[in-house]
Structures are given as structure tokens and as C-alpha cells.
Write a protein that binds this ligand. Structure first.
Ligand code: 1DF
Ligand code: MN
Length: 352
């Protein structure tokens, strides 16, 4: 598994910047283990992390091995796959499954560790700030520390926090801090929360295969319909996996949102300044993490614009050199392909 399975992709006219790449500090596994062994752990957490922490199968062992490495092995895997730079973030669910105080403390530990790796390998690694949404005021402070003092770029939020969504105004200090520090937030998947997961879990669809996308697409849509972007018009959210399918929904979202608002059906669905699809085009960036599929990439470029669609590998969960080759071969104008692989990421994450 540790051997490359395909030829190293040749140098291209663009740098390949992968923007949804995961790491986990080794000490986080100990905290996670205690949560798994504690009373009534979250069923999605048990299904996902319980599996990765105990399975002896080849794929999970390879992934666990890669997650904790921020040095030689990761750099070799990048080299073998022709990846010039990784934008690295704390793997899901990160600190969001912890109780509030340890979440706040451990986010700082993870950010210090990631920042150090980025300082050691400044041309290879960029890193995002992890925060504990459990304590929005602390999260806002950590965003500022991560961006201004640690030199990190972007904020990672692994979707819901104990079943709560950022559409709730109690979390909006986080958005205020993101706007103030001019940094995007990567809304990365998590397993569906306790009150959503049963029909997924009973047929094995709760993880990255489908449950992730449903849960995170819902989260992103809740941000739109709750009016987050009317309140924070400059806020930029990044979503992976080809926008968790939202671009494909855009037409129907616009139609049904307007129809629902017009008929005063829900107290919770108020009029917005713009159509849902306009927020997708103005407040979202979309990565292709895990979707090395030309038609989906082109469709999404068509819906949100070629300046808002970025490359991501999803290392180590989808560690495939073959996919890099197939994306290199996409039939796409050279300047658009360069935007996809390189320049959109450089602008968004302020990489020079
Ligand atoms: C998996 C996939 C797990 C992704 C992840 O984090 C993750 C997986 C725990 O395959 O179990 O980030 N992913 O983004 O596709
Ligand atoms: Mn991922």
C-alpha cells in the first residue's frame, strides 16, 4: 500500500495545490479513544472513528499511518503523486466531538503542531486553523491567533458540533472573526448527527460514501437559508466533494425557496436578499475532493464560475495517483486548468 501504484505525474504548466488534505496529532487519538470508551458516544463517531481506530484492514491502517505524519512520508507521497503543495486541516470530527473545554484547549495544540510543520516546509505545506465552535468567543480568538500569529490560512470546521449547525446565530461570532481576518472557512464533512443517522447507518451509508455529503450539503444550505450571507456578505465558505451536490440542486433550490417564502409556509424560512444560487456563486468556493470526474468539475465551473472551483485530493482518504493523471488529461482551456490546480488556491489561501 505504501508503494506508488502509478507513474509519477509529469511536471505541468501549473503547480498542483491540493486543498482538502487531512492530519491528526497522535495525542488526539488518545482523547478520541476515551470518548469512544465513555458513556453513550455519538453513533456516527463510533461508526467512523471507532472503525479507523480498530480495523486491521489495509486501507484504514494506511490512512491512520499517514494522518499523524507531517514530515518525510507525507512529502514522499506528495512527490510520488506530483502534488506541489498541500493545504492541510485537522481531520474530521477533530475537536468538535470533544466537550467544550478540551475542545478549546486541543484546537490550540493542533494548530501549534500544524503551524510548526508549515514553518518547517513553507513551500510544501499550508495549514488551516481548527476551532471549537462549542465556545464561539474562544473560537473567534483562535481564528485571529491562527491567522495573525501562527501564519495559518483558512479555518476548518468539520460540519455539525454535537448536532448543532452554524446557521444558529449563537455561532455567528465565528463568522464575524472570519470576515475580520479575511479568511475563508472550509466546511468539511462529518457523519450525520445522532438524530439523523439511523436510516444511513443501518445500511452502511453514513460515511464518506453518502452520509457526509448529505449532512454537509444540508449544513451549507442552512447557512444560505438562515441569512448568514445577508449578515456577512464578504464571508467565503469552501465546500468539498464537488459542493456536496449543491450545484446540481441550484435550479430547484431557487424555485422552491421563492415559492416557499411567497406562501409564508415556515417562520424559519425568511426572505433573502438574493436567490440561493447567487450565494453559491458569491460566497462559496468548491473543491473536487474525492470527485476526479471531468463532467462534474465542468458542470460546477459552469454553475459557480471557473474562479471558484479548486483542486483537492482528500489525502490520505482518497490517495490516488491515477486521479491526478486523469485530472491532468481533462479537456479544458489551459488557463482554466491552471486556475483549477493552482491560482484559485493561491488567491483564496493567500499563497505566494
Ligand atoms: C473519509 C473521507 C474520512 C473523508 C474523512 O475524515 C474524510 C472516509 C474522517 O473515507 O472515511 O475527510 N473525505 O473527506 O472524503
Ligand atoms: Mn476530507
Amino acid at each position: 500500500m505504501d508503494q506508488p501504484k502509478a507513474e509519477r505525474p509529469p511536471k505541468a504548466d501549473y503547480a498542483r495545490i491540493a486543498t482538502e488534505e487531512a492530519f491528526a496529532p497522535a495525542e488526539m487519538m488518545n482523547i478520541w479513544r476515551k470518548i469512544l470508551e465513555g458513556p453513550d458516544p455519538d453513533p456516527g463517531f463510533v461508526s467512523l472513528i471507532g472503525f479507523y481506530m480498530t480495523s486491521q484492514a489495509e486501507r484504514p491502517r494506511h490512512i491512520m499511518n499517514c494522518l499523524t505524519d507531517l514530515g518525510a512520508m507525507r512529502l514522499r507521497h506528495m512527490e510520488e503523486a506530483g502534488i506541489d503543495r498541500q493545504v492541510i486541516a485537522l481531520t474530521s470530527p477533530g475537536v468538535q466531538v470533544m466537550e467544550a473545554d478540551s475542545a478549546v484547549d486541543f484546537a490550540k495544540v493542533a494548530n501549534d503542531e500544524l503551524a510548526e510543520a508549515c514553518r518547517n516546509h513553507p513551500t510544501k505545506f499550508s495549514g488551516m486553523v481548527a476551532i471549537a465552535p462549542q465556545k464561539p468567543a474562544e473560537a473567534a480568538k483562535e481564528i485571529e491567533r491562527g491567522i495573525k500569529q501562527l501564519g495559518l490560512t483558512g479555518v476548518i470546521i468539520n460540519s455539525h458540533t454535537h448536532g448543532e449547525y452554524l446557521s444558529n446565530p449563537k455561532f455567528w461570532e465565528i463568522f464575524e472573526a472570519a470576515e475580520a481576518n479575511d479568511t475563508p472557512i472550509y466546511l468539511h464533512p462529518n457523519t450525520p448527527p445522532r438524530d439523523m443517522i439511523r436510516p444511513f447507518l443501518e445500511v452502511g451509508l453514513d460515511g464518506a460514501i453518502f452520509g457526509f455529503g448529505v449532512e454537509t450539503g444540508l449544513h451549507a444550505l442552512r447557512l444560505i437559508t438562515s441569512g448568514v450571507f445577508d449578515r456577512f456578505p464578504k464571508l467565503q465558505i469552501i465546500i468539498g466533494h464537488m459542493g456536496e451536490a449543491l450545484p446540481f440542486w441550484a435550479y430547484r433550490l431557487d424555485y422552491m425557496h421563492a415559492a416557499t417564502v411567497r406562501s409564508n409556509r415556515y417562520e424559519s424560512m425568511k426572505p433573502l436578499k438574493k436567490k440561493p444560487s447567487e450565494y453559491l456563486r458569491e460566497n462559496f468556493h468548491i473543491t473536487n475532493s474525492g470527485v476526479a470526474w471531468e463532467p462534474a468539475i465542468k458542470f460546477t465551473q459552469d454553475v459557480v464560475g471557473t474562479d471558484r472551483v479548486l483542486y483537492a485530493m482528500d489525502y490520505p482518504y482518497q490517495h490516488s495517483i491515477e486521479e491526478v493523471h486523469s485530472l491532468d488529461r481533462m479537456q479544458m482551456a489551459p488557463e482554466v486548468k491552471k486556475a483549477f490546480f493552482q491560482t484559485n488556491a493561491e488567491k483564496l489561501f493567500k499563497i505566494s
